[in-house]
Design a protein around this ligand. Sequence first.
Ligand code: URA
Length: 250
Amino acid sequence: MSPETDNRRLVAEQLRIWSRCGLTHLPRPRPAPRTEESPPVPVADNPPPADETPAVPASPSAPWADLNACREDALACTRCALAETRQKVVFGDGDEAAELMFVGEAPGAEEDRRGQPFVGRAGKLLDKMIDAMGLARERVYIANVLKCRPPGNRDPLPDEVTACRPFLDYQIDVIRPKIICCLGRHAAMRMLDTDSSLKNLRGRFHDHNERTRIAVTYHPAYCLRNPAAKRDVWEDLQLIMAELGLQPRD
Ligand code: URA
């Protein structure tokens, strides 16, 4: 028998004896007293090796370990009937440490085809807005209320919004943006739980939690149909820029 197996047998035997004596717990070993030769070591309760630190879910009730796991789940999602008509799930993308997050309504035809948010005509305008704010698209995070395209671009249905809710909630929990900019009525309704008009909601911040505030503005697709709305959007974006200390691109 190897010395290691021998030791294991002795330890097992000792534990059996203690157990028969009614001992149910062993005291946690104390850290060895520090000496000149042993530098201080940070003490944690059984810390795992650094490279094995488990990813902590951003919100304790969420079933995912990290954003990647959440994305994988969304990509296979069949929680609502949109799973039957979509081509691709559009989870959202961008900088996971972004201070600014845009939330749109739902993927359109081009997004559905490519699996990326805001890559159609409205997306081109959003890119210009982001650029005008002195930012690059890669520095913000972009997601939608719904991850799948409603057929014919119809409005999201309440049960679809409910089914998709955990994904967006988790994205926000992980990214912890300073500002969420809701693009259009459906994003505003979802984030602020209100059916007040955009006119009433825009032009100011709404509290979300201690870190994040919500701004509301018109959807880029609406601006394409009503170019006069771009002036209001620029006002809203300037509020956000002031909050984030951004200078407009010249
Ligand atoms: N409109 C949206 O609301 N989201 C997209 O991703 C594209 C268009």
